[in-house]
Write a protein that binds this ligand. Sequence first.
Ligand code: HEM
Length: 416
Amino acid sequence: MATLVRQQADTLTLDDLDVSRTEYWLDHDVLPRFARLRAAGPVHYCPESAYGPYWSIVSHQHIMEVEGRPDIFSSAWDRGGITIFDPREYSEEDPPLPMFIAMDRPEHTGQRRTVAPAFTPAEMLRHEPNVRQRTAELLDSLPEGEVFDWVDRVSIELTTGMLAILFDFPWADRRLLTKWSDWATDTDAVLDAERNRQRWEVLFECAAYFTGLWNDRKDAEPRPDLISMLAHSEATRDMSPNEFLGNLVLLIVGGNDTTRNSMSATVMIQNEHPDGWRRLMADPGLTSNGVSELIRWQTPLAHMRRTAVSDFEVGGRVIRAGDKVVMWYLSANRDEQVFDDADTFLPERANARRHLAFGFGIHRCVGARLAELQLTILLEEMRRRQISVELAGPVERVNSPFVHGFRRLPVRMRRG
Ligand code: HEM
């Protein structure tokens, strides 16, 4: 089998192998490319790309194998971190931002444990009425028949509001969270000296703002918001300023682009899979499974990256110590070995929950329940109002092989 896999992979050209090219993502041309890679084998080596050489893991089974061996496949920021983009040469003006998603054991364990209590089922119950009220008010405020941008009016507004609640962040300033998240993830800005300087100005503004909140909360009684939790926990209260900023950026970004793009997927599904959407809206019993299916279908983070610390065989290919390994969740979630008719949105799909959009293993998304809560409520409140949305202009996508989502979705909405 290993020989077969290697022979098939050898017939692929560089154009086939380099799925990271931004134009494939911008033009939404990447899914058939992943299908061709999967047909040729589960693991492929791309010898050159804008991000240097890298391995692509494209099957569901082999991503689970890689994520199941964090001792071999490291997430550590000082080895390469968690995205295909390589870390830059760091300096005092351009320092690293350590965050626990980009740490290995044992540091990862303590820091994750500190924030986990913010995402328990009991906390979700506590947030539910608030999330529902904000979602209902927002949907009631949307103009009927007029063209507006769903990304800005709905997806960004709802996810930013949720983060403000989690941090107990001053409500009137909540759009600062969107600004900080957008600058933190602007991978183009990092490549341009002037824009990178601007980026750091914005990130320092973020750090200064949060330091103010931190100082207030560390001297007060512990409360269930994330800042208070970090300020009072033994694992996190003595973080260096950069680690503090890094973990804040992680929580802001983690809860932002991801849920935002799942909410935007509601528009695409209505337009591309109207039958599945109609069945979902007609049957409240399908909501919970429909949320998993929506997250599978969209897969808002297309990949996570690891760096091998020693030689290891995966899917018949030998990955060498130091190699960059990209686990394409977007491909795993369309893997025909696991999901029948994988490109179609089917709210009743029996195994929708097996999707890997939240990752797997020790780094599996800590905010998964919160994302599901927000999406459940959005679907329920859309159903209650019988809201339907049609595209009313060109779809603008994010030009990145990391965030799989939308910049702009001009839509026209109807109620009833
Ligand atoms: C649909 C929405 C979301 C998706 C698709 C998503 C996806 C992911 C993925 C793929 C990972 C890495 C998993 C791995 O390496 O195995 C991750 C980790 C993480 N996510 Fe999410 N996420 C979502 C929502 C959220 C929310 C709402 C928050 C918090 C407000 C959040 C916070 C985090 C954090 C802190 C981590 C790091 C966990 C660790 O390293 O242990 N995410 N997420």
